[in-house]
Design a protein around this ligand. Sequence first.
Ligand code: NOJ
Length: 452
Amino acid sequence: MPIKPKLRPFPSHFAWGFAAAAPQIEGAAYTDGKGPSVWDTFARIPGKVANGDTLDVACDHYHRYPEDLAMMAALGAKHYRLSIAWPRIFSRGHGEVNQKGIDFYNRLIDKALELGLTPWVTMYHWDTPQGIEDDFGGWRNRDTVKAFGVYADTIVKAFGDRVKHWITLNEIICFTRMSYGTGQRGPGLMLPEQVVNQTYHHAMMAHGEGVRAVRQHGGPGARVGLTDCSEAFIPLSETPADIEAARRVFVHENGRVLEPMYTGRYAPEFLASLGADAPHMEPGDLELISQATDFLGLNVYRGRFVRAGADGKPEILPFPPNYPAADAEWLTHTPQSIYWAPRMAAEIYGVESIAITENGAGYNDLPPVNGEVLDLHRRDYLRNYLRELQRAIDDGVPVDAYFLWSFMDNFEWADGYQRRFGVVYTNYETQERTPKASAKWYSQVMAANAIV
Ligand code: NOJ
């Protein structure tokens, strides 16, 4: 019997692209008036980043962006999610604008557009200016929200004639809880729970300032959203009881971010569960936080399985030690996460437009052999996730964009340079870039608008 394999296309308007972030690729950490960020400082504390790696040079994208963008375009991407480094625009995070920083992003944005890459710009990807930390106490203080508002106004005014897709903040948990609670990320503090909850609240307010700036200065056609890393909860079986259990966990876990953003309040049970550690709020805060947005960005890497427990309570299942994971051990192979995270955001909060602003896999890839990096592990990981994304879209989940994390290997925060998320291999000694097998495959996917 002849078998005729079918291409299953994504919707015709679907946006394909790559994602990256300034502190992880740019390098030039002290060039042209850029001030240090909390990560430049944190990386210098012995033991905080694997192998003592710093962000000083990274992929030297600050100088090599024309070639990097040309390679992205040659691979067939039409969209590029980049971030602006706050300490390049204001060396201390506030005060005088650093014109050389503005000039750099003008060159970068113009080059992207010239190559047919639509920029999606993240205002903040964890690189808080050290001046903001020193002068105000960083996300602990409301003054940081004000400074962020001025920064947002400045960049939207400067680039808003060409940038029409804005993302206010990236993954709030990573610069609040992990930065001021568990100490794993810059500035690396371990403070009481009330302070951590306060940093979340201030981050949500900064998101509101970003939305306000885009509405005021973004010009016609400007869209704005937040990128979150909502934990995905996967019902163990797709039965009503397990789906309901997963949904309850999702709502609870999103009490600090999606809940106030979409409902204009912190759920009373959630605030009650925080008790005396609840954030201090002032009149107007929740209005700022819950202004309407145009899309939700979701970074999806992994999920946890949930079932309805015997007592009717949701039960989050532990992973057995032999469950498959990437070299980044937190990254369990759970393709259904990219089905359930957007579905729940759409069903629970009525989100009408979702962009997968990151998805990818971190491995300690070996260097090229005869010019080739056969990262079949990453290629398969991506393929399985895209299949589940396609299932979500077929079921009516409104996902209209996908950004692969990441274009090239880069500074993977506390894991340094050994942990590679790129589909392009970076040789950090020579700065040579080599597209891996996964890049060639992703290029075919983008060209076909279908999984190949
Ligand atoms: C999410 C973060 O936004 C990005 O900076 C990081 O490199 C990836 N996850 C992989 O861990």
